[in-house]
Design a protein around this ligand. Structure first.
Ligand SMILES: *[C@@H]1O[C@H](CO)[C@@H](O)[C@H](O)[C@H]1NC(C)=O
Ligand SMILES: *[C@@H]1O[C@H](CO)[C@@H](O)[C@H](O)[C@H]1NC(C)=O
Length: 346
């Protein structure tokens, strides 16, 4: 082999070594596993306790810039960590952190501080969080997605972020929050607070979310929709999901600013009347011309004269989902507009 060949062989080997060096030595971080295809990722699903996790992130990391950290237990075998202390990830930073099925109850204020500039997605779900350090959010300019669903969150102080686009707080059945919770989240596009036992919606609570498009409030304890409780400013609502509540009464002017494409889902509630003063403006907004829809399946509607205005309008009816039915089981779409009109004008 001539010197040139050896030189090229060494260059090639060097390239392999340099790229191979982006992960720490395997034994230094076991049982975490580092992988490097296009992006560097760490999987720490097998970590046994917090001391071990801290020790692992004290190892020598050739590159401290990672794409993703995954820590995923299972429903039957959650990861045995009960808290994440400040600085737990050392100098290593991540763009995405996915933590699921753990026993984590507490996250200290600066647990994720090393990733404050890089983090775009943070999930801590199916765990036992009773609180979350919201003070860190304004310091994370790139955080777009936060999912804290399936925890035991009790109270969230006001959230502030001008980057967050998707927030999921679903399945925190003891969650309480103030009227101000959402006022500093102006970039939110998707908001999910389903299954949280929410009892009331303060009028105007969503007005600051100028880009809101999906709002999930299903399976809460809402009984009443007051005026302005669903007022929006985005004009780009796609889904407003209120199914599985116990809504019995709906005030005039409860909904506005949805734009023309909104799906308003009120499946399985206890709405009995569709008063014209309340509902005509809703159907007008989504039907002239629009492709919005109202879904009222699973409500026992009184199909008397109070519905004549709706049944008489083929255009409005075309924006009412077929499942809407009278208390006696007859579908609204099967009612005879002429006989209703005749009965009600006499
Ligand atoms: C929010 O809306 C504004 C104005 O329409 C737009 O410039 C901005 O990019 C939107 N933000 C998101 C997160 O979509
Ligand atoms: C249910 O009530 C509507 C409106 O009064 C009536 O037109 C329809 O025939 C009734 N259906 C049944 C099955 O009694």
């Amino acid at each position: 082999m001539n010197t040139k060949c050896i030189y090229w062989a060494m260059m090639a080997l060097g390239a392999v070594l340099t790229s191979a060096q982006r992960c720490p030595y395997r034994m230094d971080i076991a049982p975490c596993v580092c992988t490097e295809s296009e992006k560097l990722a760490m999987d720490c699903s097998r970590v046994v306790d917090i001391a071990q996790l801290i020790r692992i992130f004290e190892a020598d990391f050739p590159s401290t810039t990672f794409w993703r950290l995954t820590m995923t237990g299972t429903y039957d075998a959650p990861i045995q960590l009960s808290f994440l202390p400040d600085g737990v990830f050392g100098s290593v930073n991540f763009q995405e952190i996915l933590i699921q099925h753990t026993l984590i109850q507490r996250v200290d204020d600066y647990a994720f501080v090393g990733s404050k500039d890089s983090l775009s997605m943070l999930w801590i779900t199916h765990s036992e969080l009773t609180s979350f350090p919201t003070t860190i959010l304004p310091l994370m300019p790139n955080l777009m997605q936060l999912d804290l669903s399936y925890n035991l969150l009790q109270f969230l102080p006001d959230l502030r972020s001008s980057s967050l686009r998707s927030l999921t707080l679903a399945h925190n059945s003891q969650l309480a929050f103030t009227d101000q919770l959402f006022t500093k989240l102006d970039q939110i596009v998707d908001l999910n607070i389903g299954y949280c036992q929410v009892e009331t919606l303060t009028p105007g609570i969503f007005l600051n979310m100028m880009n809101l498009s999906s709002l999930y409030l299903e399976h809460n304890r809402l009984t009443h929709l007051a005026a302005a409780s669903l007022h929006f400013t985005s004009g780009a609502m796609e889904e407003i999901v209120l199914s599985g509540n116990q809504i019995t009464s709906v005030d005039p002017n409860f909904l506005s600013g949805t734009g023309k494409h909104a799906y308003l889902m009120l499946v399985n509630n206890q709405i009995t009347t569709l008063a014209e003063a309340t509902w005509r403006p809703v159907f007008q907004d989504i039907s002239e011309p629009g492709d919005g829809m109202v879904m009222l399946d699973g409500n026992r509607l009184e199909c008397g004269c109070s519905l004549a205005w709706l049944v008489a309008s083929p255009s409005f009816l075309s924006h009412l989902a077929y499942g809407a039915a009278c208390a006696n089981g007859t579908a609204i779409h099967d009612l005879d507009p002429d006989s209703l009109q005749h009965d009600c004008s006499s």
